[in-house]
Ligand binder design. Structure first.
Ligand SMILES: Cc1cc2nc3c(=O)[nH]c(=O)nc-3n(C[C@H](O)[C@H](O)[C@H](O)COP(=O)(O)OP(=O)(O)OC[C@H]3O[C@@H](n4cnc5c(N)ncnc54)[C@H](O)[C@@H]3O)c2cc1C
Length: 361
């Protein structure tokens, strides 16, 4: 028996691809996909991993409006639109694929811990104990599997404050990103009246004040806040040579530029199902570089002065630079960062200024 802990996108996608029989998914909540803690934005790159049923798409993003600290605005037109998903339905959609592949779902059953017995494992849930050969921790940022297996590591978290809100009028298709609230803030329209509004940063008073500012006078329909793990390059994805693995947020597989984690969790689940022996090497080789570059880009952005931030936006107001951003897939920055650096000498100067803050120490 294989025990998958967590029926989020990473766990369900893994279970939908696993070729072995007797896959059991344990989910602590009573309903799949709820409570929601996500904006649900996916880039086109997800199509390389899974076909998205059109019924899951609530709206599309055609343009980003980026507001610099000095109030100046840059518009980035996307060559390929981004999708804004119904996150609960998306989770249910992937789970159905797992069930179609033969997986068994245990709803409202929380993983509590495990013991090693004769080379196998006995897991304890809130309802029963089960003998199992393999444990897949897909149980989100505070992974109990990682904790119990002693591979939790030194993880850091951000707080994503988000609510679904009603506004008098919104510009459909245009997502607003402000760089002077939290690490950044967002207004993502579902239609011309409802948007997902949020701000992210470390959990402090200033962040709460920034959240108040971005919410403004809008009417809150649903709180969708949650924790996001910061990518940790040293995070163990497997407990030694044992059959205990981590995927998705449980493994801190989140891109620090935008804090999107869905695509990485899906890819990790796919690699693990393909071959558990090559999973760790495969993931680190193919995606470690992009996650690391994203982390370093984020660290640089976080130590930028307001002036440097304005300067960066100014650089990106040039059409040829906007075009590079609009054309490329931001999930994989290694593909376009070099191209941008070759095009725009001012980025080097800006980068060296920020280097002084020992970003790479
Ligand atoms: C405010 C906010 C906005 C975000 N916006 C985006 C976005 O636009 N795009 C994007 O790509 N990412 C976004 N993310 C990140 C994204 O939500 C996560 O990266 C993604 O959900 C990770 O999927 P996962 O399957 O690894 O974990 P999760 O989705 O967290 O799923 C883990 C599952 O495990 C279950 N579980 C936990 N513990 C146990 C236990 N002990 N026993 C049984 N079950 C358990 C949970 O109930 C949950 O169902 C956002 C996050 C936040 C907080």
């Amino acid at each position: 028996m294989i025990s998958v802990i967590g029926a989020g996108p990473a766990g369900s996608f893994y279970a939908s691809k696993e070729k072995k029989d007797d896959v059991n998914i344990f989910e602590e909540h009573k309903e799949i996909g709820r409570p929601i803690s996500c904006t649900g934005i996916l880039t086109d790159s997800v199509k390389r991993v899974i076909d998205i049923d059109p019924s899951l798409i609530i709206s599309k993003i055609t343009q980003f409006k980026i507001v610099a600290p000095n109030g100046k605005t840059t518009y980035v037109d996307l060559d390929k639109t981004n999708m804004v998903l119904d996150r609960a339905k998306f989770d249910q959609f992937i789970l159905q694929k797992a069930i179609d592949n033969g997986a068994k779902l245990h709803l409202d059953e929380k993983f509590l811990g495990y013991k090693k017995i004769n080379g196998n494992y006995k897991i304890k849930t809130s309802k029963k104990e089960y003998e199992t050969n393999m444990i897949v921790g897909a149980d989100g940022p505070r992974s109990k599997v990682a904790q119990e297996a002693g591979i939790y590591g030194d993880r850091k978290f951000l707080r994503g404050w988000q609510a679904r809100c009603e506004f008098p009028e919104l510009e459909e298709g245009v997502t607003e990103i402000r760089l002077n609230l939290g690490e950044f803030s967002w207004i993502v329209p579902e239609d011309d009246k409802i948007a997902r509004v949020g701000v992210i940063g470390v959990n402090n008073l200033k962040l709460k004040q920034d959240y108040g500012k971005i919410l403004g006078a809008s009417k809150i329909l649903e709180d969708q806040s949650g924790m996001i793990p910061l990518y940790n390059r040293k995070q163990e994805l497997r407990k030694g040579k044992e059959d205990i693995f981590l995927i998705g947020d449980a493994a801190t597989q989140v891109k620090a530029t935008t804090y999107g984690g869905i695509i990485y969790g899906l890819i990790a689940g796919g690699y693990l199902a393909e071959d558990k022996e090559t999973y760790v090497k495969n993931f680190n080789k193919k995606l470690g570089k992009d996650l690391w570059i994203s982390l370093k880009m984020r660290e640089m952005m976080n130590v930028m002065s307001e002036e440097q931030c304005n300067e960066m936006i100014h650089i990106f107001q040039k059409k040829e630079n906007i075009d590079v951003l609009g054309k490329h897939d931001r999930d994989f920055p290694s593909k376009f960062l070099f191209q941008l650096l070759m095009k725009e000498k001012k980025l080097w100067k800006l980068g060296f200024g920020i280097f002084k803050n020992k970003v790479f120490s």
